[in-house]
Design a protein around this ligand. Sequence first.
Ligand code: PBG
Length: 324
Amino acid sequence: MTFPATRLRRLRKNQIIRDMITETKLSVNDLIMPLFVCPGTGVRNPIKSMPGNYQLSTDMIVEECKKLVEKGIKSILLFGIPEHKDEHGIVATDDNAIVQRAIKAIKKEIEDIYIIADICNCEYTTHGHCGTIVDGDVDNDLTLETLAAQAVSFARVGADMVAPSDMMDGRVARIRKALDEGGYKNLPIMAYSAKYSSAFYGPFREAAESAPKFGDRKSYQMNPANSDEAMREIALDIEEGADIVMVKPALSYLDVIRRAKDNFNIPVAAYNVSGEFSMVKAAAEKGWIDEQRIVMEILTSIKRAGADIIITYFAADVAEQLSK
Ligand code: PBG
């Protein structure tokens, strides 16, 4: 049947019918808010390139989490800015390291919050790379050991989930083994499976103080031109024991999210990264775009592409919009 019998505008007549046939619905249940924890007390240090985001000391992060929970956001992803860095990122494997202290403080005060700990070395190494450097490049197998130690420590202090973002080969298997041996067989792993070497991470590196001091991350993060390779990464992570797989960044990679959803029967997360956030904020500050509408459109498109879970710095703002 075609025009004039068929008229698609009939079902766009008013808000009631439009709502009734809406295919993709955003929910606070799908959103994870990233937070940055730093040393000290009473610290709420604005991140210049990410308006509305802060480096927070443990006491302040507890307050922030209380506000998030009130708004309906139930899950956070934690990154740490340590007091000291070292060659290998060993500093992050201690039960009293910065993220571990935050996890303990939050868990002590807030019952209904789901804490995901990001596993990586770049915030903790003096050189800013995601692992141990040998001959000018990150050594894969040595790095697996620090990642596994970080995972077990996060588990010990009460993290609900761990999320390796380093892009070493075999890390999911190594972390799964370490968790199982440590008695944490029920702790899930959300793997940053298809993580691209992206210029969209720029603002995050200011926030986490994790920019590499030499070179780039192209020998471990993926080439933005590749999508078959993303499917291989995802398939391997699933085989190694990932419970959730992730595509990151989100907006320039919506096709990859869709392929992941179509090819695998596993929850897919998408990371709406710092650069994607900051571009919207900058244009909105200039009055060039309608921020609230753009944010809803962006997050809806990520979900429509196939993401079950969205990690986004807009989580708190969106929670307010969704509750209206
Ligand atoms: C750590 C890590 C990065 C991000 C998440 N985990 C930065 C990077 O790989 O350089 C980026 C997140 C964002 O841009 O919001 N490896």
